[in-house]
Design a protein around this ligand. Structure first.
Ligand code: FAD
Ligand code: 2HG
Ligand code: ZN
Length: 486
């Protein structure tokens, strides 16, 4: 894990005492608490990348909103710092403690509360795993409006707290639009009950929006009400090989023009990602396109008429090949191929991690500059003599959600090292600012980007955020050291 040399434990926070433990034992059954057992605590103290590691002594896993309320109210009174944690798949060090903060895990808040098959509104506990919700909805003919590679572990509360984007954003848009209501517990124990299922409700400030993307700094989301669309009847996917990032952009323009209403995903990755996939994930089995290409695009269509949709998709691909925008393309012929193509895309973060310790940058930018950043980073590491198969940095990979102008740059290194970090930061954030991008498109700020917020937000906006935080969480117990730095 990286060392947090720039941070010191805030001495205003109390340290956990035996009296505190006794209180927690009074409100939670013993199987909902982990106390001082290092092996059991470790998965909660360390993040998915193994980059961030805290040393919390206690994990509390409440089963009801009321229990969350009593826990938080107590922690606030005692000035015990708290980290809310969902599936712990976050990629910016936001969901694990920095020092000895108490972890409140939503693992046991996992019930579906209601589903209305007429409107498609789903109400559930925040600890429901995204994939379980999608499987439940599939039986009703509906679909979750978001999908991520981490769907098997991430929770809807974590998705809301990070305002996760993901693979269906192009089709269904942001959680800021799809979330209909929330139930959240504030630091003083107040249960903010806004689990509305109405599509329209213009009565006062839309407070739920504050919690979407607040990364656990304002309170704990305990319930979510979300608008779900009908599950498309006909879905297909194509994998395309291309020679340049300009071609990727041309293909995207054509996809919008020719596939229009049935276009549901447009993802890209580079040759470096394919090398990692072949080295670490699909060993032995064949990669669907035989030759190698500098760039790859995944295009998904979703509609209601398979014959019509497949014809449109084929026609679009033929045009790409004819106009020399694409070099090669295949369309999934069955469910297995459909899954293979998607699993390649979804497997890239894991493949990057298998190559080493990964520095991840999640950037949104005008499309024309999206890949230039990857090239500039490669030059920077080459010039420093650090980039190559057996050198400190062995892979620099670019991929992401072209449809949303969102690049994922993954730098795989032998280990996390201060000289590598210093070569990237703050240089990369200056680069992003210069090109009018955002330093966090969809993963959030967490611990990683707290001190760099100024590259994407003005002083007056940061001041306003600090004022809101001060009103809701005057003791600053909710997820300290993250999000906005002092
Ligand atoms: P955690 O990691 O547990 O927490 C994340 C943050 O939310 C933390 O700050 C935590 O304190 C806070 N939090 C969690 N639950 C609550 C709650 N109930 N109330 C208040 N605060 C809470 N992200 C994307 O946007 N798009 C992607 O395509 C995508 N793909 C991914 C693929 C992989 C393989 C992985 C590992 C991650 C991916 N992510 C993606 C990152 C993404 O942020 C998370 O996967 C997901 O949204 C986090 O959910 P979680 O339940 O794991 O939250
Ligand atoms: C994705 O799109 C995720 O696969 C993860 O947002 C990106 O790991 C990353 O950098
Ligand atoms: Zn992503």
């Amino acid at each position: 894990a990286e060392k947090y040399t720039h941070l010191q434990r805030n001495p205003n926070f109390s340290e956990l005492t035996q009296e505190d433990i006794s209180f927690f034992q009074k409100i939670l059954p013993s199987n909902c608490l982990i106390i001082d057992k290092q092996d059991d605590l470790l998965p909660y103290n360390i993040d998915w990348m193994r980059k961030y590691r805290g040393k919390s002594r206690l994990v509390a896993k409440p089963q009801t909103t009321e229990q969350v309320s009593r826990l938080i109210e107590y922690c606030n009174g005692r000035k015990l710092a708290v980290v809310p944690q969902g599936g712990n798949t976050g990629l910016v060090g936001g969901g694990v403690p920095v020092f000895d903060e108490i972890i409140i895990s939503t693992n046991n808040l996992n019930k579906i509360r209601s589903f209305d098959p007429l409107s498609g509104s789903l109400v559930c506990d925040s600890g429901c795993i995204l994939e379980n919700l999608d499987n439940y909805l599939a039986e009703q003919g509906y679909v979750m409006p978001l999908d991520l590679g981490a769907k098997g572990s991430c929770q809807i509360g974590g998705n809301v707290a990070t305002n996760a984007g993901g693979l269906r954003f192009l089709r269904y848009g942001s959680l800021h639009g799809n979330v209909l209501g929330l139930e959240a517990v504030l630091p003083d124990g107040t249960i903010l009950d806004n689990l509305a299922t109405l599509r329209k409700d213009n009565t006062g400030y839309d407070l739920k929006q504050l919690f979407i993307g607040s990364e656990g700094t304002l309170g704990i989301v305990t319930g979510v009400s979300i608008q779900t669309p009908r599950r498309p009847k006909a879905v297909n996917v194509a994998l395309v090989g291309l020679s340049s990032f300009e071609n990727v952009q041309d293909a995207f323009i054509k996809a919008k023009e020719e596939l229009s209403e049935i276009l549901s995903a447009f993802e890209f990755w580079d040759a470096s990602a394919v090398k990692l996939i072949k080295d670490h994930l699909v060993q032995g089995s064949r990669f669907p396109l035989e030759d190698n290409y500098p760039f790859y695009v995944l295009v998904e269509s979703s509609g209601s008429n398979k014959v019509h949709d497949d014809e449109k998709l084929l026609c679009f691909l033929e045009n790409l090949l004819e106009k020399d925008i694409a070099k090669n393309a295949i369309v999934a012929q069955d469910e297995t191929q459909f899954r293979t193509i998607w699993s390649i895309r979804e497997g890239i973060p894991e493949a990057c991690s298998k190559a080493g310790s990964v520095y991840k940058y999640d950037v949104s930018m005008p499309l024309e500059f999206l890949y230039k950043m990857v090239e500039d980073v490669r030059c920077r590491f080459t010039d420093a003599g650090l980039y190559g198969e057996d050198l400190a940095v062995n892979s620099i990979t670019g991929y992401g959600h072209v449809g949303d102008g969102n690049l994922h740059l993954n730098i795989s290194a032998k280990s996390y090292a201060p000289e590598i970090t210093a070569l990237i930061e703050p240089w990369i954030y200056e680069w992003i600012e210069k090109h009018k991008g955002s330093i966090s498109a969809e993963h959030g700020l967490g611990l990683m980007k707290a001190k760099y917020l100024g590259f994407s937000k003005s002083k007056s906006m940061i001041d306003m955020m600090k004022k809101i935080k001060q009103i809701v969480d005057p003791n600053g117990i909710m997820n300290p050291y993250k999000f906005i730095s002092d």
